[in-house]
Unconditional design. Structure first.
Length: 153
């Protein structure tokens, strides 16, 4: 499917600046996990699907963490549908959701635990969930109370 022309120069400029990695949320989650002593790989290739990546990967315990953007991945609370080129966008966003489901299924069948979070979820809550999945018997680190960018006050 070829890309249609942007509906305006401002849309073209905005879309060209859209980041796909190292978002503020990703950085905040990674800082907490690192502060708590967890080590991980960033933007690692999905085993068996080399054209896809995992945002945060823990290869030893086989845990894959995805931090999905509400628009791009179809958040049930915040997803929107563009009015310009609506049919093309609907098809593209549906393919993104389908690809996410396929990636999750592929990893789960290979014995991985897949954790998916939305961009609107607080970084500290995400980090706590990851911690408890990796270290179920360990107490949460004290850094949990530290202020994290993007977390609710």
């Amino acid at each position: 499917m070829s890309s249609p022309a942007a509906s305006s120069p401002s849309v073209a400029a905005r879309m060209s600046r859209q980041g796909s990695r190292d978002t503020a949320q990703e950085l905040a989650v990674r800082r907490l996990l690192f502060r708590w002593g967890l080590r991980y790989r960033v933007n690692a290739k999905v085993p068996g699907l080399p054209r896809r990546t995992v945002d945060i990967l823990f290869p030893g315990p086989k845990v894959a963490v995805f931090l999905d953007g509400c628009f791009w991945h179809g958040c049930p609370e915040h997803a929107t549908s563009p009015k310009s080129n609506a049919e093309w966008w609907r098809s593209k966003l549906d393919r993104n959701v389908s690809r996410d489901q396929d990636t999750t299924r592929h990893l789960a069948e290979d014995g991985w635990t897949v954790l998916r979070f939305w961009e609107h979820e607080p970084p500290a809550a995400i980090a706590r969930t990851v911690w408890t999945r990796l270290r179920p018997d360990a107490p949460l680190p004290e850094a949990t109370d530290a202020a994290v960018p993007g977390d609710a006050p």
